[in-house]
Design a protein around this ligand. Structure first.
Ligand code: NAD
Ligand code: UDP
Length: 344
């Protein structure tokens, strides 16, 4: 794929009717994935020039195919384990999302997962320093591990196993936070860190084994719904549009927003309840079946979003049933044969 820079169009109006005063050159690593594709769409909608860097490990060009019609969008096939291509334009902002994110994917090659968190982060930071770009790094609620403090505030240091099946991701993401923070202090590069809690919505990968995509696919096919353990573990699910709004606000924030910020929806439910809601919403004949709880599966998770709310004026707006409705519609309309849901 040619990494050539394309010309900028006049500023467009975004969805809220506001134009972007100064279009920026923005890089999104992992931009062809679930979250990245929504972020690219939002940034293009605001009139920016967007370079999406992805090696298609878990993402797909199809996720950003609609954006390719804009001459302000460029898709570059590249692995962030290597330095970002020299010939790309200088960036004003870099969003670093490149990393497999679901347990099925990140555990399939754990050494590589840990190294992407470290080397990918370093390559993004060196490029940001060269270009004078600010960076937003996608961290995760997984850095809290199986939390002993509930809900999780940013100053909670977590409870993470260093040598379990989730460690490649959890510890990789913890290391990346350290690297971004120290690099910012030493180099002056402006760094923002978002701790993302479980997010769902259209363009989730059907084969990545996450609970929302698994349950919806199973319900739509009338298959058994695979609840791991007793289904009493909790998660707090955020709709993707809400999360992306948080990303954009965090990137634009001033120096007072220093250190990681949780972005997630504090509405907490058990996995068993989620299964029952999805069965009801799809009108599915599916029954719940129980499977062993994966090792180190966190028992509960809910963000404290005080920082996001007070510093960014951010809060979730999309209730679970509304977000699930859109996600169910997405999976029901997939015009390709549905891949089997993955299990661990
Ligand atoms: P995803 O798997 O859909 O997207 C990740 C993207 O990164 C994919 O397009 C993949 O091809 C790309 N990628 C992976 N390794 C790469 C490499 N070496 N070089 C270039 N591209 C590479 O996952 P997602 O859900 O969109 O997650 C995006 C980011 O958000 C990840 O960093 C993830 O850790 C973080 N996150 C997501 C969630 C969530 O609920 N979705 C929660 C916490 C954190
Ligand atoms: N889960 C489940 N059935 C599935 C997939 C996941 O019960 O088919 C459970 C999983 O054990 C975990 C929760 O749902 O407790 C969320 O899993 P997911 O992989 O979506 O996210 P994460 O564990 O990374 O929060």
């Amino acid at each position: 794929m040619s990494p050539q820079h394309k010309a900028t169009r006049p500023v467009r109006q975004n969805r809220t009717g506001r134009g972007t005063a100064t279009p920026k050159s923005i890089c999104v690593t992992g931009g062809a994935g679930f979250l990245g594709s929504h972020l690219c769409a939002r940034l293009i909608g605001e009139g920016h020039r967007v370079t999406c860097i992805d090696n298609f490990h878990t993402g797909r060009p199809a996720n950003v195919a609609a954006l390719a019609r804009s001459n302000r969008f460029e898709l570059v096939e590249h692995d962030v384990m290597d330095a970002l291509p020299e010939q790309l334009p200088a960036f004003d902002e870099i969003y670093n999302l490149a990393c497999p994110a679901s347990p099925v994917h990140y555990q399939s090659d754990p050494v590589r997962t840990a190294l992407i968190c470290a080397e990918g982060a370093a390559n993004v930071l060196y490029r940001a320093q060269r270009d004078g770009a600010r960076v937003m790094h996608a961290s995760t609620s997984e850095i809290y591990g199986d939390p002993e403090v509930h809900p999780q505030r940013e100053d909670y240091c977590g409870n993470v196993n260093t040598v379990g099946p989730r460690s490649c991701y959890d510890e990789g993401k913890r290391f990346a936070e350290t690297l971004f923070t120290d690099f910012a202090h030493q180099s002056g590069v402006v760094v923002k860190i978002v701790r993302i809690f479980n997010t769902y919505g259209p363009r989730m990968q059907p084969d990545d084994g996450r609970v929302v995509s698994n349950f919806i696919l199973q319900a739509l096919r009338g298959e058994d719904i695979t609840v791991y353990g007793e289904g009493q573990q909790t998660r707090s699910f955020c709709y993707v549009d809400d999360l992306i709004e948080g990303f954009v606000r965090l990137m634009a924030s001033g120096p007072e927003v220093d250190g990681p910020v949780n972005i997630g929806n504090p509405a907490e439910i058990t996995v068993g309840e989620l299964a029952r809601i999805i069965i009801e919403m799809t009108g599915s004949p599916s029954k719940l079946v129980h499977r062993p709880l994966p090792v180190d599966d966190p028992r509960r998770r809910r963000p404290d979003i005080t920082r996001a709310s007070t510093l960014l004026g951010w809060g979730p707006r999309v209730p679970l049933t509304e977000g699930l409705e859109k996600t169910i519609r997405f999976f029901a309309n997939l015009n390709q044969p549905l891949a089997p849901a993955q299990s661990r």
